[in-house]
Design a protein around this ligand. Structure first.
Ligand SMILES: [Zn+2]
Length: 458
């Protein structure tokens, strides 16, 4: 038997272990895993790790936000994904009320389809929950949109959901097996602290941290969890940033609440002292980067299984866009690039430093996102019959991160100057090589929209 392609001589990794094996591909799928497989094309992986392509479930490409549009579009953003070993991304179709959610999904697909290099799914952002929105759910599930996002903040953008809407949406989506993702921050508290800062004449970058203390997240996380519990819903907390939130999550999971959460590399590796730098506004995100003690707890909760997903909340604004802040923290376009550096940072800082093992990394960036977002076992695993989304990863390649080495459409990286050991070498998306030996060889439009199932129950 001669297969189309064989990845030879590497160590194939899953959450349960590492095996020396070749991986054979026929067309777009994994056809065999074993020894001495033969292929028309051979990709040498001797001395390398062969991983399932990573999944980053939280990206905002070409998003109109904060008076500008995020700088990575669906091409440059998914090119960066491919270069970072990410073979599936999820973005968001945010409802423009009072129009239907489906209109946003269709518009987003029109923007993405011809441009994406890797596969993608869409969550729907719900901005006015009511009977009409509930009536749309079956059609959305049919279209592969099974996970939703609601915002507990952003009142002024018209995106905020009140508690009644959140409760009702949790109850109705769970009936179909879907979940509600929440951006959990307390708008009233932030508004109060911002007003107090204004009275004191504070506008600098560090004021962003001062006006969003821990309670502005933990109160919202705990409220969302209680609403979820009472509504028998399924909840997913996006970009969890504080250690206390992760502890609240741990308690909730221990009593059986169907709640899950992600954190992001910026909350694990960057602290709010960075806001005091000249370029501090580059690090402005919502929620803000936190304290070293938060980082420690988040790492521990990733390792112990409480936090199940690592994602990036990529929303790239370049230094020119960031300059729009002009000294006022309230005008910083909130977001940063990240999809390209997620996996190497998690490997180098997580696995190499012994914070968790390689199997846990695969759970965090491949298996759990595939299961929680309805793509398992098509995505997130090297198994016969799964999509041939594969990353050949060089565990010894050392790189000091700098923007000029990255494919993202941004002139800085929040992780500039950090040295990591371990970097993606070759990436395949459904059997097609999109990065070979660290050179981008992908093509716009190869990526495909993934109709997702409801999340796997667990
Ligand atoms: Zn986001």
């Amino acid at each position: 038997m001669r297969y189309d392609k064989v990845i030879k001589g590497g160590r194939v990794v899953s959450s349960t272990g590492t095996t020396r094996a070749d991986v054979a591909i026929t067309q777009e799928r994994i056809a065999a895993i074993g020894l001495d497989l033969e292929g028309a094309e051979v990709i040498d992986a001797t001395g390398k790790l062969v991983l399932p392509g990573a999944i980053d479930v939280h990206n905002h490409f070409q998003l109109p936000f904060c008076g500008t549009v995020s700088a990575d579009d669906f091409f440059t953003g998914t090119r960066a994904a491919a270069m970072g070993g990410v073979t599936t991304i999820c973005d968001f179709a945010i409802q423009s009320k009072p129009n239907p959610i489906m209109a946003a999904v269709e518009a987003r697909r029109a923007e993405a389809d011809g441009k994406v290099v890797v596969d993608y799914g869409l969550h729907a952002g719900i901005t006015d929950w009511n009977k009409d929105r509930a009536a749309e759910l079956p059609a959305l599930f049919e279209a592969g949109v099974t996970t939703f996002k609601m915002f507990m903040i952003y009142r002024s953008e018209g995106w905020q959901s009140n508690d009644g809407a959140l409760y009702s949406a949790l109850r109705e989506t769970a009936k179909l097996g879907g979940h509600i993702g929440v951006h959990a921050e307390n708008d009233d508290l932030i508004t109060l602290f911002q007003k107090e800062a204004e009275e004191q004449g504070l506008t600098g970058c560090y004021t962003h941290a001062l006006t969003r203390p821990t309670v502005t997240e933990t109160e919202a996380v705990s409220r969302a969890i209680q609403l979820c519990e009472a509504a028998c819903g399924r909840l997913y907390v996006v970009h969890m940033s504080t250690g206390r939130s992760a502890d609240i999550l741990k308690e909730a999971r221990a009593r059986g609440v169907d709640v899950h959460a992600e954190t992001c590399p910026q909350y694990l590796l960057l602290d709010d002292e960075l806001f005091k730098r000249e370029d501090g506004h580059h690090f402005g995100t919502c929620p803000p980067i936190r304290k070293p003690a938060d980082q420690e707890t988040l790492w521990a909760r990733l390792a112990d299984g409480t936090l199940e997903v690592l994602a990036t909340d990529t929303c790239t604004f370049n230094s020119q866009q960031k300059a729009m802040w002009q000294g006022d923290y309230r005008k910083i376009p909130f977001g940063m690039p990240g999809v390209e550096t997620m996996l190497p940072l998690a490997y180098s800082e997580g696995v190499r430093r012994g914070r968790f093992d390689l199997g846990r990394l695969i759970e965090l960036v491949c298996e759990a996102p595939a299961k929680l977002f309805g793509m398992w076992p098509r995505k997130g695993t090297i198994s016969v019959g799964s999509d041939a989304d594969i990353l050949v990863f060089d565990p010894d390649h050392q790189i000091t991160i700098s923007a000029d080495k990255l494919a993202t459409n941004c002139d800085y990286s929040p992780f500039d100057g950090m040295t990591v050991i371990g970097w993606p070498l070759t990436t395949l998306v459904r059997g097609k090589v999109v990065m070979r030996d660290r050179q981008f060889v992908g093509e716009a439009g190869w990526g495909r929209y993934i109709k997702r199932d409801p999340p796997v129950q667990h």
